[in-house]
Design a protein around this ligand. Structure first.
Ligand code: ATP
Ligand code: MG
Length: 417
């Protein structure tokens, strides 16, 4: 039996690296005052259709959708925002002090063609903020993304930003964009030909080479922003500049999900190849209404954890790679082993990472195991030692051995720098 295509088993010790990048995220979240939210990994299909948008790649081609035993259409979440917006409304979080600042870490599912940095089950760390349209918050969310990547030790970041306005800005713009795209109708891919009329901005996000080239000279929404959206975008830039965040305006970036309004952004990693966007997001002021709630502004981003780990590996950033045991208790004889078990638990209760042999190995191979597990010390407990109430403590690095009164072991400091 094989795991489904596009999925990964995250085995130890690789799981240590995952824990590490998650831990860095959690610590950062605490200092920025974001709290964790956990929503179901499946939702009613309609939620994603209404929020992500019918003409997006995600909804058109990539969702894992099935009918459950009661005949309801269920979809494994392809992204985190929709479920969180649903939860915010359903649980009336708008009744709490605003803005509500949330984060999540978890698996997402998209039926895509698996390749480097692209999987069918992948993981995202993301944030969502509700209840404020302050451009300083747009800046905070972008800075948070940059901070996270820098905290992980990544430096070669390029921040791209754009504004895709609000529905009011889009009337005139869509007319112009459609006229432009219609000139090249024949050269666009099948999907994009039908997108021209249904949702022309989607064409700008198409991954097909031909469509990408045509998009390069398409009219930009930046030239059509209404005064409010213009002012908002100007202020976001002002905050970013004031706070010394380098960015580039990408006037044709629209992102892959329909719910975005105003600020959109991506952080790319230089030299990563085709899948170089490690973190992306934007504002979604119309989304709560789209799924049937009151109008509440929101903004967020998501970072792809697999891509982060690939980047960290590529940059040879040092990450934890073994569990680093403090102690391994080596025993000789049944009596000693029994006594050792008691000490094993007492030492573990003191917070030491401690292990013992479970395969009836002889002393030599127990020491070998201690070495393989990278234990810093071995505590050797033989029949003779036990009879005298003593044990031998061996520094596994230097090989130095020292006899110790058994009971004193509990007072000893085995932590090594
Ligand atoms: P892409 O343009 O690479 O398909 P996207 O626009 O679909 O990305 P988002 O939906 O914005 O991506 O998700 C945010 C981040 O999640 C991406 O920047 C990427 O790092 C990661 N991501 C998205 N899809 C996948 C996938 N199939 N496998 C691994 N990571 C992914
Ligand atoms: Mg995609």
């Amino acid at each position: 039996m094989n795991a489904p295509r596009g999925t990964n088993d995250i085995l130890p010790p690789l799981s240590l690296k995952w824990q590490y990048i998650e831990e860095v995220a959690r610590e950062l979240m605490a200092s920025y005052n974001y709290q964790e939210i956990r929503t179901p990994i499946f939702e009613y299909t309609e939620l994603f259709q209404r929020s992500i948008g019918e003409t997006t790649d995600v909804v058109e081609k990539e969702m894992y959708t099935f009918t459950d035993k009661s005949g309801r259409s269920i979809t494994l979440r392809p992204e985190g925002t929709a479920g969180i917006v649903r939860s915010y409304l359903e649980n009336k979080l708008y009744g709490q002090a605003q803005p509500v600042k949330l984060y999540y870490i978890g698996p997402m599912f998209r039926y895509e063609r698996p390749q480097a940095g692209r999987f069918r089950q992948f993981h995202q760390f993301g944030v969502e903020v509700f209840g404020s349209n302050d451009p300083a918050l747009d800046a905070e969310v972008i800075i948070l993304g940059v901070d996270y990547l820098k905290k992980l030790g990544l430096e070669k970041l390029d921040v791209y930003i754009n504004s895709i306005g609000c529905p009011a800005c889009r009337g005139e713009y869509f007319k112009e964009l459609k006229a432009y795209l219609n000139q090249y109708r024949e050269e666009l891919c099948q999907d994009c030909q039908s997108r021209i009329d249904r949702n022309p901005m989607r064409v700008l996000d198409c991954k097909e080479k031909g469509c990408k080239e045509i998009s390069l000279d398409a009219p930009s929404i930046l030239d059509y922003l209404c005064p409010d959206c213009r002012e908002h975008f100007d202020q976001v830039q002002e905050y970013l500049s004031f706070l010394n965040i380098d960015y580039t305006i990408d006037a044709r970036m629209v992102r892959g999900l329909d719910y975005y309004t105003n600020t959109v952004f991506e952080i790319k990693y230089r030299g990563l190849g085709a899948q170089d966007t490690v973190l992306a997001g934007g504002r979604y002021n119309g989304l709560t209404e789209e799924i049937g709630g009151r109008s509440i502004p929101g903004i967020g981003f998501a970072a792809g954890m697999e891509r982060l780990l690939l980047t960290l590996e590529k940059e040879q950033v040092k990450l934890p790679e073994s569990p680093e045991l403090d102690l391994f208790i080596v025993t000789i004889g049944d009596q000693a082993r029994k006594e050792a078990l008691k000490y094993l638990y007492l030492l573990r209760h003191k917070g030491y990472k401690a292990e013992i042999d479970y395969l009836a190995r002889n002393m030599k191979s127990q020491l070998k195991t201690a070495d393989r597990l990278q234990a810093k010390y071995a505590i050797i407990l033989g029949e003779d030692e036990l009879a005298q109430g003593k044990a031998i403590v061996r520094d596994m690095e230097t090989g130095d051995q020292q006899e110790m009164v058994l009971e004193n072991i509990l007072q000893e400091n085995f932590r090594k720098e």
